[in-house]
Design a protein around this ligand. Structure first.
Ligand code: APR
Length: 232
């Protein structure tokens, strides 16, 4: 391939071995909280304190968490691959960055970012956000977590779709394939003629759309896959 390009999509499963909970596994976050209460604009309007507490807890856990071999392998791929690598994550933790990845595309936002509900200004989030925190740009008491909630548009979709249309390889890692548009990326990549591979502990909802599957824990499967790409 002249200038090969790889698009990678990660989900909560890549951070599971770093101790951060997934959403839909046994006892996952959506077994502990109702999505409509903590991950929708309506839930935030109804009970902003509950939502701030939910993300403050996850932010504190994420800050303490350490990246694992899967995150490190993807950082190595970005550094050593002789082509383009676009790393897209549904995760709101910063474990890819802690592993040395750069230009990570957080399509569902990030815990370390705050957003103004009035003027769309973004700034680094404090460890604990409070209801009514003022926006440093417009002064409105309308700070909210910079997280894409259900019913809101994921970020960077133009860039992601453009990359998928040119991809030679698409890899999905640690995601259950339940949530769109991310779950549809494999189809876009397939239309573009990309080779597709899923690395997941359990088969995802979209496993049958992938040419190749590498079942298992990401800390095992991802370093093996990266090795096969760099030295295959
Ligand atoms: N290694 C690899 N995969 C794993 C591991 C592991 N150690 N542990 C769990 N998994 C897999 C599970 O088999 C599951 O398919 O990770 C997947 C996690 O799925 P979800 O909990 O649904 O997380 P995700 O797919 O990232 O959710 C997508 O849903 O709620 C929204 O915005 C939220 O970004 C999230 C989106």
């Amino acid at each position: 391939m002249a200038h090969p390009s790889i698009v990678i999509l990660t989900g909560a499963g890549i951070s599971a071995e770093s101790g951060l909970g997934t959403f839909r596994d046994e006892g996952g976050l959506w077994a502990q909280h109702r999505i409509e209460d903590v991950a929708t604009p309506e839930g935030f309007a109804r009970d902003p304190q509950l939502v701030m507490d939910f993300y403050n807890t996850r932010r504190a856990q994420a800050v303490e968490a350490t990246e694992n071999a899967a995150h490190r392998a993807l950082a190595r791929l970005q550094a050593d691959f002789d082509g383009d690598v676009l790393l897209v994550t549904q995760n709101v933790d910063s474990l890819h960055e802690k592993a040395g990845s750069t230009d990570v595309v957080h399509m569902h936002g990030a815990l370390n970012s705050a957003l103004c509900g009035a003027c769309d200004h973004r700034w680094p989030a404090p460890l604990q956000m409070q209801v009514g925190d003022a926006c440093p740009a417009c002064g409105a008491p309308s700070a909210r977590p910079d997280i894409v909630w259900f019913g809101e548009m994921p970020y960077h979709m133009d860039r992601i779709e453009a990359a998928l249309s040119q991809a030679d390889i698409f890899a999905a890692i640690g995601t259950s394939g339940n949530v769109y548009p991310a779950a549809g990326f494999v189809q876009l990549a397939t239309y573009a003629g990309a080779k597709t591979v899923e690395m997941n502990l359990d088969p995802s909802m979209t496993v049958n759309l992938f040419e190749e599957t590498r079942p298992g824990k990401a800390s095992q499967t991802v370093p093996e896959w990266v090795e096969s790409i760099l030295n295959g």
